[in-house]
Design a protein around this ligand. Structure first.
Ligand code: SF4
Length: 359
């Protein structure tokens, strides 16, 4: 992995580009986003310290969502509970109600538990990333963000935005998930003295000029050394991971059909995939193809294979049809005429199965 320098632009032995942290900070000084939890760089330069309570609250809220979605919640929380002691003293139900709509309610519970832990420390957050991680709901990223932003700990703060910026800057030819450690090391190697502002500058760059679907390289302070910009196709990076093929499962569906066209339906088991829905009798769905074990004695005819893609696997279901005049061919179920099918709780898989019998 390249060695990057922050103090000056250099080329290392591998001729890897050097990230100019000072150019980035100069850009941040002019273009920092105005966020309600942020101390602007010119205020920071005058010695104004970020409030760890507000930084922590914003970072927890921002997990898996956007600044736009969080802003109003953040303002609501800080108006109602202006410090960590107030939040710790609030009933959990009130916190959960105020959180409603932000999703991931475990985060709200952890938020409250963390506030109580910090309140036990006289309202003082720990000042190092290591100690912060010991608190409920604070993972490595959030700990690094709080430690860098509030206490200028010289630590890499790497979120999805920063990963994208670095994958482009270095034109990494592997998907991000395969080079996470390398990206972290590369960022760590260039963290400058203003580590909190640097962390926020990287985040802002990823959220603005170096956005997922568009890169405004001509405006970017990293452009002179950016490999992806040099290719002319910066959004080709990060390289996408090849999606693992879904596993395939196989099974058989048995459609018993009466002379009037009605077919035998059953209710699926109480638990599992398509639980409690209507379907036709069938085999288990297995990893290997098996010969059909026809459930009743009849002239079963193969009508085709239905392919259906579930989230975690692809199903190939061989459909067999038999005409029968048996009153009750299977133990449980009911006859259903084609005109009744729209009113049955048939998932699309079984609609496809029945469609094969209508050809
Ligand atoms: S030059 Fe373009 S691709 Fe490179 S970091 Fe800046 S915006 Fe992203």
């Amino acid at each position: 992995m390249p060695e990057l320098r922050s103090r000056q632009k250099t080329q290392n032995q591998n001729d890897d580009p050097a990230l100019d942290a000072h150019a980035l900070l100069a850009w941040y000084d002019r273009h920092a986003r105005n966020l309600p939890w942020r101390v602007a760089p010119h205020e920071r330069a005058k010695g104004v310290q970020p409030d760890p309570y507000r930084v922590w609250l914003s970072e927890i809220m921002l997990q898996q969502t956007t600044v736009a979605a969080v802003r109003d919640y953040y303002l609501k929380f800080t108006t109602r509970w202006p410090d960590v002691a107030a939040l710790a003293a609030a009933p959990l139900d009130d916190v959960l109600a105020a959180w409603a709509g932000l999703g991931y309610y475990a985060r709200a519970r952890n938020l409250h538990a963390c506030a109580q832990k910090v309140a036990e420390r006289d309202g003082r957050f720990p000042t190092s990333a290591d100690e912060l991680q010991a608190l409920p709901g604070i993972g490595p990223y959030t700990a690094a963000a709080i430690a860098a932003i509030c206490y200028d700990e010289p630590i890499a703060v790497v979120d999805g935005n920063v990963e994208r910026v670095m994958a482009r800057f270095l034109a990494l030819d592997k998907p991000v998930r395969e080079v996470k450690d390398d990206i972290r090391s590369a960022v760590q190697a260039v963290v400058p003295g203003r580590s909190g502002d640097f962390a926020q500058a990287m985040m802002d760059l990823g959220a603005s000029l170096c956005a997922p679907r568009a890169a405004s390289c001509m405006l970017c302070p990293l452009q002179p050394d950016c490999r992806a910009a040099a290719t002319g196709q910066p959004t080709d990076y990060p390289v996408k991971a090849v999606k693992a093929d879904r596993p395939v499962r196989y099974g058989h569906a048995f459609v018993a059909r009466r002379a009037d066209g009605a077919v035998w339906l059953t209710k699926r088991p109480e638990k599992g995939l398509l639980a409690k829905m209507a379907g036709v009798p069938g085999s288990d769905w297995q990893d290997d193809k098996t010969a059909p074990a026809h459930p009743i004695s009849a002239d079963w005819k193969y009508r085709g294979t239905v392919v259906h893609v579930f989230t975690h696997f692809r199903l190939e279901l061989d459909v067999w049809v038999a005409d029968t005049d048996v009153q009750q061919p299977f133990e449980a179920g009911w006859w259903s005429a084609p005109k009744q099918w729209p009113g049955e709780a048939l998932p699309s898989l079984f609609k496809k199965v029945l469609a094969t019998t209508q050809k």
